[in-house]
Design a protein around this ligand. Structure first.
Ligand code: MSK
Length: 628
């Protein structure tokens, strides 16, 4: 293939191979064949009787030493994955809540309340008085109330009230309305220990309750409080792919998930002293670029360029121009410490809860964020002179311009107008058939799906050509961004109806809504669409669906489970996490429909997923009587 037709990650991968630098693809190959029991969820090591394996095909054991069967094995794994995913998003949310309190108390220099309107809206959700009160007083109380959501002894999560009434009734009836976030995670761990919950249906119910504590709890707290602190995303221009890194500049790559670190790096990267230091080393300036969800956070709020998504992290370092890669937590590969040894790059960890052997550590706390950020920036500037020019290789690819920043508020304003912002126009365009429906694409990129795939790009193209509006988050959004799919000109690749709407409103047909925690924006958007009327009265009535083609993280499982429990049909690519337990598979892919009005689907052939999503949307339209 000509270099021009290759994506920057493919070009970089070729270069790394040529330079004999190990990549995740080499390690993936070295892992083959991967453990069959593990792949089917039929290995249990929850106690030291094990590891126990179940033989799904031959005459081997059908039960573990304690007697647990395949469904129990797989349901326990599924619940633990959901709990772990919930813990990741929620611990992130907790850190943001702490920062909000510290900011309100004046204990976090540099940070401030940026979106007062949203602060007041969230205060209302929490039944906090706003009239005649100081902004910081309200913010402190909102932060404290958010923190209480993690450990309150009684009641259910406050944000559950934002769902349509019909949805809340389903949760109450099934007993899956989430209580305190930490309680749901702890109870999930308790239930899945040896001799605990051993009924796969009951375990799956808890997987819904703990995941709802993610989507309508920890993730939503992270999203909303970040908007209060850093601004609610609005349409902003940006650039994406490895070409955003620059030869003559000091390059700092910010990688991970919690935007408070990246925001501090951005804040501390300007000023006369920094300019002087940059000039002294002979660089033209500083480039800050994001990776993974940190990239999404920075892109949707500030238009700061994105170097890439999950599977591009080693490649970003291998450009040889990264002075510092600074990381916080989640989706940061230990392999980076090894890749860094080939270059002058310093890998810097920042959180005491996420260190990497071989990396330098600069502790990052709310109180000293700016100081730590400055230290890291000066470290990068100082490291510029150590760059080995012979090793510099930035793929020569154009950097697609893009428009990002589609929070649910923005979608509402753009479609409904500032003075009558509502989802009415979107609903009307769905009812009249210009837009057939909406699909949220979320999630990771994985070597299991192939090398440097463009699966999300292909799926998004297929959907928009069929008049389906696409909302993207996480690394799926990252791939679509670097694939040039977030350009308003892309309307020419849409079906006629969607093209008309995109032209009238001025939006691209693939909307970047943010990071993984911002799937909570999709929940709110769907709730508002359902409440708006004309498309039923619950999320499960809407012609919408979710998809994750290359899932990797436990967080993806929690997201899938909270989308389904919220009434959104969700398809995952590659492999089912419960493939070795047919009854559980049947529960997730069929029976759940009766309970929550939505279900999972797992499809190995990711090329088939587009059709599955479109069929689902047409089926929902038929049920609504709008099959025009
Ligand atoms: S970063 S969880 S690889 S989307 Fe949120 Fe990407 Fe998946 Fe990590």
């Amino acid at each position: 293939m000509e270099d021009k037709q290759k994506t920057t990650d493919q070009i970089m991968l070729d270069k790394m191979r040529e330079s004999k630098i190990e990549t995740m693809y080499d390690r993936y190959k070295a892992q083959q064949p991967q453990c069959g029991y593990g792949s089917l969820a039929l290995c249990c090591r929850h106690c030291n009787y094990g590891p126990c394996n179940i033989d799904p095909f031959g005459p081997g054991p059908k039960r573990g030493i304690c007697g647990a069967d395949a469904n129990t094995f797989a349901a326990r794994h599924f619940l633990r994955m959901s709990a772990a995913g919930t813990a990741c998003h929620s611990d992130h949310g907790r850190a943001v809540a702490h920062l909000l309190v510290a900011t309100a108390r004046g204990e976090a220099p540099g940070y401030r309340i940026k979106d007062v309107e949203k602060l007041k809206m969230i205060a209302e959700c929490f039944d906090i008085k706003t009239k005649d009160r100081e902004i910081n007083e309200i913010a402190e109380e909102v932060g404290e109330m958010a923190l209480m959501e993690f450990g309150k002894p009684y009641g259910t999560l406050l944000f559950l009230k934002r769902a349509p009434a019909a949805r809340q009734k389903i949760w109450e009836k099934l007993g899956i309305a989430s209580r305190a976030i930490d309680r749901e995670v702890t109870e999930s761990m308790h239930r899945t220990g040896m001799g605990g919950d051993q009924d796969y249906r009951n375990l799956t119910k808890q997987a819904m309750r703990v995941s709802l504590a993610d989507g309508w709890g920890g993730s939503m707290i992270a999203t909303e409080l970040q908007d209060i602190l850093f601004g609610t995303p609005k349409p902003v221009q940006g650039r994406a792919n490895l070409g955003v890194l620059k030869k003559d500049y000091v390059n700092i790559v910010v990688h991970g998930h919690e935007p408070q670190l990246a925001e501090a790096i951005v804040m501390a990267s300007t000023g006369p002293d920094i300019e002087k230091a940059v000039a002294a080393v002979g660089a033209k300036g500083i480039v800050i670029a994001g990776l993974c969800c940190t990239a999404n956070e920075l892109l949707v709020r500030h238009g700061i360029p994105m170097a890439g998504h999950m599977t591009m992290q080693e490649g970003a370092m291998a450009t040889g121009v990264v002075e510092v890669m600074v990381v916080d937590i989640q989706c940061v590969m230990q392999a980076l410490a090894e890749t860094a040894k080939h270059f002058h790059t310093k890998l810097v960890t920042t959180l005491s809860k996420a260190k990497i052997s071989g990396a330098e550590h600069v502790e990052f706390e709310d109180e000293n964020a700016l100081e730590s950020a400055k230290k890291i920036i000066l470290m990068a500037i100082g490291n510029y002179k150590n760059r080995d020019k012979k090793k510099v290789f930035i793929p020569d690819a154009s950097e697609p311009n893009l428009i990002a920043g589609f929070s649910h508020e923005t979608i509402k304003y753009m479609l409904g107008g500032r003075f009558r912002a509502s989802y009415r126009p979107l609903n009307d365009n769905i009812i009249n058939g210009r837009i057939r429906g909406v699909v949220g694409i979320a999630g990771c990129t994985s070597p299991k799906a192939g090398e440097c795939t463009q699966s999300y790009v292909d799926l998004a193209k297929e959907l928009i050509a069929n008049n389906i509006l696409v909302v993207a988050t996480g690394c799926a959004a990252g791939q679509c961004a670097s694939g040039g799919l977030m350009l308003p000109e892309l309307k020419d690749q849409c079906g006629a109806g969607l093209k008309e709407v995109c032209e009238a409103v001025g939006i691209p047909p693939v909307l970047h809504s943010g990071a993984c925690v911002d799937n909570s924006r999709i929940l709110i958007a769907c709730s508002e669409m359902a409440k708006e009327g004309g498309l039923g009265n619950d999320i499960s009535d809407l012609p919408v669906a979710g998809a994750c083609l290359e899932w990797m993280s436990e967080k993806a499982i929690a997201i899938g489970q909270f989308l389904v429990a919220s009434g959104i049909y969700t398809v995952f690519g590659m492999n089912s996490p419960v493939a070795g337990a047919p009854d559980l598979q049947n529960l997730l892919t069929k029976e759940l429909e009766e309970q929550v009005g939505a279900r999972w689907d797992f499809q190995q052939d990711i090329k088939k997923i587009g059709k599955m999503l479109m069929d689902h949307i047409e089926m929902k339209r038929e049920a609504l009587g709008i099959n025009v």
